[in-house]
Design a protein around this ligand. Structure first.
Ligand SMILES: Cc1cc2nc3c(=O)[nH]c(=O)nc-3n(C[C@H](O)[C@H](O)[C@H](O)COP(=O)(O)OP(=O)(O)OC[C@H]3O[C@@H](n4cnc5c(N)ncnc54)[C@H](O)[C@@H]3O)c2cc1C
Length: 424
């Protein structure tokens, strides 16, 4: 087993957080992993470190998955791929594509690990497309006693195992649903009137397979960009303008004044799913790099009210904001998924890297959106004070998850301060 000096992986991607791990290990086998789990008072799996909050932090041992066997096998009958949990989506996608298969959706960046994304309920967008977590058909994890457990869709409590917040064990492999490979064409429109969008939100979000709106809130009445990712085999064509907004004449980055070089191809040019569903290319830094993020997922029936509530806060939000992204995610049944039981509109914020400023502003946004039943993204910044009281109200299966955790991890080996503050 490799023991890495902890300062090599001491910070998260955004560098707003220094992890408290006293040791970082990279087991080469399940036996080595079992030894770590059985003998350490506190253990936490670390994925690609893209979370902005302390969910992945520990005061014990950080476990990296990069030296565990990196298996990938496709089962065309069951239409699932089994893959090592530490693999990045950006590494898995080309392997699937070469065999004629695809994942139904990807997040804005392909840089994230399968297990980290799934544990936090990470999503892409689409009216009919579920989150990355809801594409999980099976989970193999090592529990606190060093035993390997496999749970598949249809098994008791499966819906509790997927979005696990890293609290149930070390996930070693995942089975993900696959679909036949497909092509997507990406088109950007600029400057949509917000009132017209709110008059018929469904018409806008229904323009493609996956749709994102980017709003800087500098001019609250105008949505800066609309990104439409449309399947190349979809019937019909996109309109030349949407609510008066014309197609962009050149490639765009969601952030104003940032080069679009790092973005996946646009201008309506069809290409493979893996080269269009993410906004950003694997070989570049995604988004900006110097940033923080938050996101709240509002039940779809309250989407318009949520956007209007945000417009009321635009004057306070805009100075701290790089860009806000609005996108839909289809409902699932996973206990701790932010889209559990309801279609949602994700209201995402890419903030300036000013954490005290963001933390001061968040309660106003949270009180406006949580009144509508909005749930925070598990991997992004939200207010942890009072979260232990708020979460059971937002998640009907919260207490079932807490019971599952107590059953699987009675010693609290996978606990950390983040989970404690959630009351878990
Ligand atoms: C630029 C950028 C863009 C983003 N875009 C999106 C987006 O489009 N959609 C979206 O929903 N989110 C997005 N995110 C958030 C991101 O998807 C989540 O933070 C995700 O959790 C990152 O995965 P990770 O591997 O980096 O997780 P980490 O931060 O490493 O870990 C997250 C959690 O997963 C747990 N974990 C990791 N590996 C394992 C394992 N093997 N077993 C058990 N638990 C494990 C950790 O313990 C921790 O609790 C974005 C983030 C960034 C930085």
């Amino acid at each position: 087993m490799t023991t890495t000096p902890s300062d090599l992986v001491a910070r998260n991607w955004a560098s707003n957080l220094t992890y408290g791990a006293t040791r970082v290990v990279a087991p080469r086998s399940l036996d080595e992993l079992a030894e770590v789990v059985r003998t350490s008072p506190r253990v936490k799996a670390l994925g690609s470190r893209h979370c902005f909050n302390t969910i992945a932090d520990t005061d014990g041992v950080h476990v990296l998955s990069n030296e565990l066997p990196a298996e990938v096998s496709i089962d065309p009958e069951r239409r699932v791929v089994r893959a090592a949990a530490g693999l990045r989506y950006g590494d898995l996608a080309p392997m699937l594509h070469r065999e004629g298969w695809a994942l139904a959706n990807l997040a804005s960046l392909p840089h994230i690990s399968l297990a980290g994304a799934v544990a936090t309920g990470t999503h892409g967008s689409g009216e009919a497309v579920v989150s990355l977590a809801a594409a999980v058909a099976g989970v193999q994890l090592m529990t606190a006693d060093g035993e390997v457990l496999t749970v598949r869709r249809g098994d008791p409590d499966f819906e509790g195992f997927v979005v696990s917040l890293g609290a149930l064990g070390i996930v070693t492999a995942l089975e993900l649903d696959i679909v036949p490979a497909f092509e997507i064409a990406q088109t950007v429109y600029e400057r949509l009137p917000l009132d017209a969008v709110l008059d018929d939100l469904d018409a806008v979000t229904g323009l493609g397979y996956s749709v994102s709106m980017f709003h800087t809130w500098r001019d609250p009445d105008v949505v800066d960009q609309l990104w439409v990712k449309r399947r190349a085999d979809a019937v019909g064509t996109l309109p030349s303008d949407v609510l008066g907004a014309a197609k962009a004449a050149a490639k765009r980055h969601p952030l104003p004044d940032v080069s679009a070089e790092s973005c996946t191809d646009q201008l309506g040019e069809p290409g493979p799913w893996l080269d269009r569903l993410p906004h950003f290319k694997l070989e570049f830094t995604p988004s900006n790099g110097a940033e923080l993020q938050s996101e709240f997922l509002v039940p779809r029936r309250h989407a318009g009210t949520g956007i209007r509530a945000l417009r009321e806060l635009a004057r306070d939000v805009a100075p701290l904001l790089q860009v806000c992204e609005l996108r839909t995610v289809a409902r699932d049944d996973l206990w701790l998924s932010p889209s559990s039981g309801t279609d949602v509109l994700g209201i995402h914020f890419t903030w300036q890297p000013d954490q005290p400023g963001v933390e001061r502003l968040l309660p106003a946004i949270e009180s406006a959106l949580e009144a509508l039943g909005a749930r925070p993204h598990w991997g992004k910044l939200f207010t942890l004070d009072g979260a232990a009281e708020r979460m059971p109200q937002l998640y009907p299966r919260w207490h079932d998850f807490a019971a599952l955790r107590r059953r699987l991890d009675p010693r609290g080996v996978f606990g950390n301060d983040f989970l404690s503050r959630l009351g878990l």
